[in-house]
Design a protein around this ligand. Structure first.
Ligand SMILES: [Zn+2]
Length: 67
């Protein structure tokens, strides 16, 4: 029986190719943008790195209504 831990996410900074596992990262708005409250040692906010799941896609019909 497999178990998925949804709270675990992977983060990556543009300064390196290292990918960091970080659970329970808070999300905050900084200058109108969503930022994950995790910083790289270089001082920048790290970006969410999740190659398996992209942006959630909503199916919509020809009238633009979300089904
Ligand atoms: Zn960095």
């Amino acid at each position: 029986m497999s178990k998925y831990i949804c709270l675990m996410a992977k983060y990556k900074c543009e300064c390196s190719d290292d990918i960091v596992d970080a659970p329970n990262v808070k999300i905050r708005f900084v200058d109108g943008e969503v930022r994950h409250d995790i910083k790289c040692p270089c001082g920048k906010y790290m970006d969410l790195h999740n190659p398996k799941s992209g942006v959630p896609s909503f199916r919509s019909n020809r009238y633009g209504q979300v089904l």
